[in-house]
Write a protein that binds this ligand. Structure first.
Ligand code: ZN
Length: 385
């Protein structure tokens, strides 16, 4: 019996170790309440944004997302992006804090300076005191920060001043072990790197994994529209003729601004199964590196609004475009094969947790009518029903 239980245990372990991929280790970092200015996914500028952007103004405190060790704080040159890397269960990077000028840089209640050993340091100042620090974040622990007294606003002759601790009982010394209780903020949102003030959070250089996968769930609520080639919203029960390319043009306009969390778009006809799947797009946010499907991440392939792919518009707003409905999907769902009469589009969209982001948890449906008469492009589609 014991042997049986052992085998059972081994079997369960074996099965579970394969059913949950090694990278799938989400745990809920508390939602910092970011107001996003950019979500994860395709975007016109990079063109793939492997991060979320927090639209905080310069000087606004950026919250520490997770306890961990400071493994990097860099700014190669004046003018380059300031990057803070903290490794805990995950490795979060915080980019663009502070501005681009010479050290020390004052921003909000923070100072970017250097510790005695030369590494960069972020000082969290003690309210009400010019020369005290609540804490000093740096890759090197146990070091002090010295700033000229005039820069700190201390009257009298200018003298190098070693920052004191919050109680004024000794020198403030740097730490590279951070926790959200004692070190609630990592610095101030800023413009370093040459962008409007904001904070960019990602999971490491070249890591294409949505940080939202590890941040406490937000409610998503999407709005979906079908557009025609002229960008006019299609009316319910519109006519599709297999010789009318405009009628077969698929453009799904998705508003995911509530939550900023869109992971996949699947477009089905009549039934949700592989045989009825017309097109899918996934952002790969829950997978290892960079494997989005039809979402065009690497440069020239973003949709221009007419070509296949994703057309990013702005934060939480994208068009998903597909021209090949009558040539590529399973035969049974091509317009030329579908029976005359009414059919349904079923739009299966999900956020990163697999939630159904629609009212009542129901995937939206949208009717169309197949009309194969007359079979000529020159005459157009006759509205017979
Ligand atoms: Zn960003």
């Amino acid at each position: 019996m014991k042997t049986f239980i052992l085998y059972l245990f081994l079997l369960i372990s074996f099965v579970s170790s394969f059913s949950a991929p090694v990278w799938a280790h989400p745990n809920d970092v508390p939602d910092p309440g970011f107001v996003f200015t950019s979500d994860f996914g395709p975007r016109n500028v990079t063109p793939w944004h492997p991060a979320i952007d927090y639209g905080a103004g310069a000087g606004v405190a950026a919250p520490l997302l997770e306890d961990g060790t400071v493994t990097g704080l860099s700014r190669p040159n004046v003018g380059s992006i300031i990057i803070l890397t903290i490794q805990g269960v995950h490795t979060f990077r915080y980019l663009h804090m502070f501005n681009d000028t010479v050290l020390p840089i004052f921003s909000g209640s923070f100072i970017l300076a250097q510790v005695s050993g030369g590494n960069l340091a972020i000082v969290s100042r003690t309210p009400g005191f010019l020369d005290r620090a609540n804490y000093i974040i740096s890759p090197t622990a146990g070091q002090t920060v010295t700033i000229n007294s005039d820069l700190l606003g201390i009257p009298g002759p200018t003298v190098p001043t070693v920052l004191r601790n919050a109680a004024g009982a000794g020198n403030a010394i740097s730490t590279n072990q951070l926790n959200t209780v004692n070190h609630p903020a990592v610095g101030a949102a800023g413009t370093s790197g040459g962008y409007p003030a904001h904070l960019h959070v990602d999971l490491g250089f070249n890591v294409s994994e949505n940080p939202l996968y590890h941040i406490a769930d937000r409610n998503s609520a999407y709005v979906v529209k079908m557009l025609d080639t002229g960008n006019t919203a299609r009316l319910g029960d519109y006519f599709v003729g297999p010789n009318d390319s405009n009628s077969m043009f698929i453009k799904l306009n998705v508003d995911s601004k509530v939550g900023g969390d869109l992971e996949s778009v699947r477009i089905y006809v009549d039934s949700v199964d592989a045989g009825h799947l017309v097109r899918e797009f996934t952002y790969g946010g829950t997978t290892p590196a960079h494997d989005p499907l039809n979402a065009d991440t690497t440069g020239p392939d973003l949709s221009n609004g007419a070509t296949n792919g994703v057309q990013p518009i702005s934060y939480g707003l994208e068009n998903f475009v597909y021209n090949d409905w009558n040539t590529t999907p399973p035969l049974a769902v091509r317009p030329s094969q579908l029976a005359e009469g009414k059919h349904d589009w079923i739009f299966v969209l999900r956020d990163i947790r697999g939630h159904i982001p629609f009212t009542g948890g129901i995937d939206p449906m949208f009717k169309f009518t197949i009309d194969k008469t007359p079979p000529s492009t020159s005459i157009g589609v006759k509205k017979t029903l």
